[in-house]
Write a protein that binds this ligand. Structure first.
Ligand SMILES: [Mn+2]
Length: 327
């Protein structure tokens, strides 16, 4: 299939808007991951390269562990005057980093999370995409005459795809994902360097990895869980932002089908990262102040009692899954 046959109405609307505005400000979600930064700055670089006269900003706070990917820009409130604002990789309005996104003239959302929260005038939501970065790359492939990719933008988008698929491991990785990634690789950045940067951990996180493997509780249902308290984190000299690399870890253990990593926040509530190799978990996440993908979701627990409730629900999902698998 030629890329032009796959062009959607939303993609056309977005390109029209991009053509129209001289200033484009791109936002994404708080606590960014490589896909948030990759889709945001990858889009910014793609648009800068394609429309050199436009002013294009990427805004939000950037944690140190992702500063190897890109830098954020400083936009003045006055820059939002007559600006187009695009939000990438953010399903819920409350999670948009930098609340000035409303100050622009027009708001567009580009996202791959199953969307319930329609907050923009134009929304392009594709839950079949592995990542928002894959969608941005497909946006380029839909308009190859007008949008000009370069190595810098391709590196960012590739990093986003690698981040959200855990190096093409997760179920959301489709043949289209691989084709899109291949198109990006042809742009001439070092994909091995990006892969190394994304997988590298420091010695503190290495010690936390040991702790997680040592203390993970694996239940007969295939549900596994660990609680990381503030005390534990400070013992390792780490914060919540450093814990993302241990999230895929339980899934590598035989017999584990779904798992939760519960990280105590400074205010005493727990951020819950829920992952699965089969049982659908986003319904569970939605019951606990969260949501996300069928096999990768996030939730919030107000105390240990709610964590126990979440674990009980995971246990049940795991047991049902086992039952169905053995029938
Ligand atoms: Mn994403």
């Amino acid at each position: 299939m030629k890329p032009s046959e796959k062009v959607t109405q939303a993609q056309r609307e977005i390109l029209d808007a991009v053509r129209t505005y001289d200033t484009i400000i791109i936002h994404r979600h708080i606590r960014p991951d490589p896909d948030a930064i990759g889709s945001q700055v990858g889009l910014a670089e793609l648009l800068k390269n394609s429309f050199p006269a436009k002013r294009i900003y990427s805004v939000g706070s950037l944690p140190d562990n992702l500063s190897f990917l890109a830098e954020m820009n400083h936009a003045e409130p006055s820059d939002y005057h007559n600006a187009l604002v695009i939000v990438t990789d953010t399903a819920n309005e409350g999670r948009i980093d930098d609340n000035r996104y409303r100050l622009g003239q027009r708001l567009i959302k580009i996202d791959h999370h199953p969307g319930e929260d329609a907050y923009a005038e134009t929304e392009w939501v594709d839950p079949s995409a592995s990542s928002c970065s894959e969608m941005i790359a497909n946006f380029w492939l839909a308009f190859p005459e007008e949008l000009k990719m370069n190595a810098q933008a391709a590196r960012l988008l590739y990093a986003g795809i690698v981040g959200d698929t855990n190096r093409f491991l997760y179920d959301a990785t489709s043949p289209d994902t691989m084709r899109t990634a291949a198109s990006l690789m042809e742009q001439g950045f070092s994909h091995t360097e990006v892969n190394h940067q994304l997988t590298q951990i420091n010695s503190k996180v290495a010690k936390l990895t040991g702790y997680v493997l040592e203390n993970l509780e694996i239940r007969p249902s295939g549900a596994a869980q660990i609680v990381l308290t503030q005390e534990t984190l400070s013992r390792f000299g780490l914060t919540d932002a450093d814990t993302h690399s241990v999230v895929p870890l339980p899934g590598t253990i035989e017999g584990v089908t779904l798992w939760g990593i519960f990280v105590e926040q400074e205010d005493g509530v727990f951020r819950c990262r829920l992952r699965s190799k089969g049982p659908v978990i986003n319904g569970l996440a939605a019951r606990h102040d969260g949501g996300g993908h069928p096999l990768a979701s996030g939730a919030n627990a107000k105390d240990l009692a709610e964590i126990h409730q979440i674990i009980a629900e995971m246990d049940e999902l795991g047991a049902n899954w086992q039952e169905r698998s053995t029938q």
